[in-house]
Design a protein around this ligand. Structure first.
Ligand code: PRP
Length: 280
């Protein structure tokens, strides 16, 4: 039975459960239970405080965890990052009061910097030859300058609205982060591989769209020359002579520009569908 730690509340919680369920795990609703066993997969889920997860992985109290890279880096974790999961994107950033002039990292020499990420912040500043005075706080970091406890902060930024609401301006990115599946050195074997395979299939599918459209045959060569596909698009003749149906998958990032180009090239009756799983 694999022991998988996940955040019990907070930003990664919903997305993590949704991912595991999309990967076919039948997980009863936890309610107040902090331990939930999948009905159809040899895995027990432990719902834990996010900040505790790196330490529990380190001690091998759990085998695997869905956790932010930011916490693993801060803990200087020896856990292996097995799969990037494509959600929970954020960055650890230095920010200063919006009205404070900022010409570069040298401006932070001697500054008081409030953070919940002292190790990552110190490594970034020391790596640039800047000695600052770190003030470690466990939350509400952004309010520290207003309390005159700090001249700058180093905290997680996702949408940027917390910085904005507290009159702060982001000036340096210390690290980029997303949710990952992390594992201890002992987390190997068929069940772990099966879980990784399923998580990859769901993650990769989410970034793709399945697109079907009709196209006059004389446009096929031009359109196909510039159309992605897993190997290549599928082309099937329509009942109406001179027309074909084209089916392919398009990465989400290229999706809107491609759709516009296809329309211009004469595509009609376009259907766009989500991809549930993708196995390359
Ligand atoms: C995080 C982080 C920031 C905020 C940034 O806190 O510490 O305060 O989110 O997000 P934004 O850029 O979208 O405004 P969170 O709400 O996750 O709670 P925490 O204080 O428990 O970390």
């Amino acid at each position: 039975m694999i022991r998988l730690a996940i955040q019990k509340s907070g930003r990664l919680y919903e997305a993590t459960l949704a991912l595991l369920r999309a990967a076919g795990l039948d997980l009863p609703n936890g309610g107040p239970q902090l331990r939930v066993t999948a009905r159809n997969f040899p895995l027990t889920l432990y719902l834990l405080r996010h900040g505790d997860i790196p330490g529990l992985l380190e001690r091998e109290a759990v085998d695997l965890a869905v956790v932010g890279q930011n916490l693993l880096r801060e803990a200087d974790s020896t856990a292996r990052e097995l799969e990037a999961l494509g959600f929970g994107h954020c960055r650890l950033s230095l920010a200063v009061p919006a009205e404070r002039p900022y010409a570069g990292i040298g401006d932070l020499k001697g500054a008081r910097v409030a953070t919940s990420y002292p190790r990552s912040t110190a490594a970034y500043l020391e790596g640039r030859g800047v000695r600052a005075r770190l003030q470690t706080v466990s939350g509400s970091v952004e309010v520290a300058p207003r309390l005159d406890l700090a001249d700058a902060v180093c905290d997680l930024v996702s949408s940027g609205s917390t910085l904005l609401a507290n009159g702060l301006r982001e000036v340096e990115t210390v690290l980029e982060s997303e949710a990952v599946l992390a594992g201890t050195a002992a987390a190997v074997g068929d069940v772990v591989e099966e879980l990784r395979f399923r998580l990859r299939a769901v993650r990769d599918a989410r970034s793709m769209r399945y697109v079907l459209f009709n196209l006059p045959d004389e446009r096929l060569a031009t359109v196909l020359a510039d159309l992605p596909g897993l190997k290549s698009p599928t082309v099937t003749p329509l009942a109406e002579p001179g027309w074909s149906s084209v089916q392919t998958v398009i990465p989400e990032a290229e999706f809107w520009p491609k759709l516009g180009a296809l329309k211009q090239a004469g595509a009609e009756g376009m259907l766009v569908l989500p991809v549930q799983n993708l196995v390359p």
